[in-house]
Ligand binder design. Sequence first.
Ligand code: ACO
Length: 322
Amino acid sequence: MIYTKIKGTGSYVPKKVMTNEDLKQFVDTSDEWIVSRTGIKERHIVTDEFTVDLAEKASLKAIEDAGIDKSEIDIVIVATVTPDNAFPGIGNLLQGRLGLERVMTFDINAACSGFLYALEIADKMIKSGAYNNALIVGAETLTRLTDWRDRNTCVLFGDAAGAMIISKSDTNSIKDVICGSVSDSDGHLICNNVDIKDPAVNAVSVQDHIHMNGREVFKFATRIMPKTIRDLLERNNMVLDDLDYIVAHQANERIINKAARDLGYSMDKMFLNISKYGNTSSASVPLAIDEAIKTKKINKGDLFATVAFGGGFTWGGAIIEL
Ligand code: ACO
């Protein structure tokens, strides 16, 4: 039987910090509103870096943390909704930056659940016996898709990347991963691609920005996160008390609070770093797991669950022993 484990983690955020106070230059808002409704105090935003730059910096840290040689990596998967190009993908660009040869690289788009999708794919590819070490990354420059005039959305997002090395293991560390999707046919959370071009009408393509019906997304999130945790526990004959920690997608502190209440789980064991970074989409989960490990909230031998939801709608979760 082939098992898998997390061998190393790393993360990176751009230097520039935008506080809630700074946002008042662009929209009618206040620190009090943003903190009380979301828990966000500040976020990091790119000024001269692209998604691949963030991905590279997080990946180098994960590789160093794993203590492996780059040449041992045989799959690269990048979860992102903000690739720098239509093609080539960030995975391919990242391979070039890292100087990797003979690897399979690809990107996936599952919005904020993307990293869980990457984890599920890497986990199963390694368990198939065909691969040994996967570099999986969640990297986003979501502020490039932000409408800085829309106070309903611009206060929520930040830029970041998180990376992990997932490797073959003798012990059953990554115990289970589940992912799912349901069509958001009403378009509650959507960002269109560049528009259709009729040279007689609109000769220049325009990139859309994020549109969100916050209340509908909130309802979906607070339903699916506890359900995913319960499904994972049931599938693995575990109970909530078996978990030492839960690392949820950092979209809104109120969503995490409500999920914890619904599950009957202590907020002391729910990881939170949203106040510093905002919602960094597919980077949120690996950024949070890296910080939870580095700050010793999750320690060797601990059993933790991670869970995310995102546009699509998508969701994913995992139970992992560190
Ligand atoms: N500052 C001040 N007032 C604001 C702001 C702001 N930044 N934004 C909205 N308001 C106002 C609204 O205009 C509204 O005013 P009105 O009553 O006069 O119309 C009032 O505040 C209440 O607005 P609501 O939308 O009801 O506020 P709510 O409590 O629902 O919080 C929020 C909004 C924070 C967006 C919440 O709905 C939420 O977190 N939803 C989920 C968002 C999310 O997780 N999205 C994931 C995206 S990730 C991805 O996949 C890209």
